[in-house]
Design a protein around this ligand. Structure first.
Ligand code: NAP
Length: 284
């Protein structure tokens, strides 16, 4: 039986550590405030936004909601973000994605000040990650590094394969594994002989966005398998990009879906919010 990596438990540990740290920082007069901006009423986005606000309340971070109608003009959203950039009481800005189709998401991401970019999506944050400078890390990949570390799985010197090259998961994941001294390969839809490549992995990270895509033929004996995917199968059960039942007999460690990578994203968002007050003195 493989080690089952318990993201629910690890994310709770992280949130409890952050809660204690936030109390200490508050005693020094340092308080964090996250601005949470949602445009429209997409039900999935509303669930994510509410979960983020709940996590803020648990940890002791103030959250301020900005709920804008679906038809909000791009310029209006840019003005709001610019105002929040200037507001000394707001430390972090989160604009829930996806935005309605008439708004240029990249422009909004670039408008957020890199000093308040708690999602880690701004090109400055991405650049800092690749050149090894301190900065906000993209939350899902940062959460995966925590899952590995806190499960006793070292990345150093290991052959790591990331399947997927999106800006929010695959690319920052590869950069973080490299930072941890892994030997990293990034695979994508044009990769040839994918199975041969993934079978070489000692650590296999799957962010392909296809239900149960990775079966046992893709996995080398004893690999640690991290599943980023999130889907509902024909029976309406949550499942990942990895066929868990098929892969569990070959893997040495594996994340379940749900309860693996999913809960880590919010925990690392909270960590980024706390980071805004940890480093505030350094910046001033
Ligand atoms: P995405 O933007 O759709 O990217 C998918 C990547 O997989 C692309 O780079 C694509 O390659 C690659 N790919 C597609 N088909 C492939 C194939 N047959 N062989 C090899 N590579 C293939 O997805 P994403 O945003 O990274 O998300 C991936 C999954 O993670 C989704 O299921 C998403 O719901 C989930 N997710 C979960 C969390 C969480 O908190 N748990 C956070 C974010 C995402 P090309 O670049 O060549 O097209």
């Amino acid at each position: 039986m493989p080690q089952i990596i318990d993201g629910k438990k690890i994310s709770q540990q992280i949130k409890d550590e952050l809660k204690a740290e936030v109390q200490e920082l508050a005693a020094e007069g340092r308080r964090a405030c996250l601005a949470v901006v949602q445009v429209g009423t997409d039900p999935a986005s509303t669930v994510y936004v509410n979960n983020k606000k709940k996590a803020c309340a648990y940890i002791g971070i103030e959250s301020r909601s900005f709920e804008l109608p679906e038809e909000t003009a791009e310029e209006e959203l840019v003005s709001l973000v610019e105002r929040l950039n200037q507001d000394p009481e707001v430390n972090g800005i989160l604009v829930q994605l996806p935005l309605p189709a008439h708004i240029d998401e990249d422009r909004i991401i670039r408008t957020i000040s890199p000093d308040k970019d708690v999602d880690g999506f701004h090109p400055v944050s991405v650049g800092r990650l690749w050149i090894g400078e301190k900065g906000f890390l993209s939350c899902t990949p940062a959460g995966i590094i925590q899952l590995l570390k806190r499960s006793g799985i070292s990345v150093e010197g290991k052959r790591c394969v990331v399947v997927g090259r999106s800006n929010i998961v695959g690319k920052p994941m590869a950069a973080l594994l490299l930072r941890e001294n892994g030997t990293v390969t990034i695979a994508h839809s044009r990769t040839k002989n994918l199975k041969e490549i993934t079978r070489q992995a000692e650590i296999l990270i799957v962010a392909v966005g296809k239900e149960k895509f990775i079966t046992r033929e893709y996995v080398g004996e004893g690999a640690a398998v991290i599943d980023v995917g999130m889907h509902r199968d024909a029976q309406n059960h949550l499942c990942g990009d990895v066929d868990y039942a098929d892969v569990e007999s070959v893997a040495s460690a594996i994340t379940p879906v749900p309860g693996g990578v999913g809960p880590m994203t919010i925990a690392m968002l909270m960590n980024n919010c706390v980071e805004t007050i940890r480093t505030r003195e350094d910046r001033s």
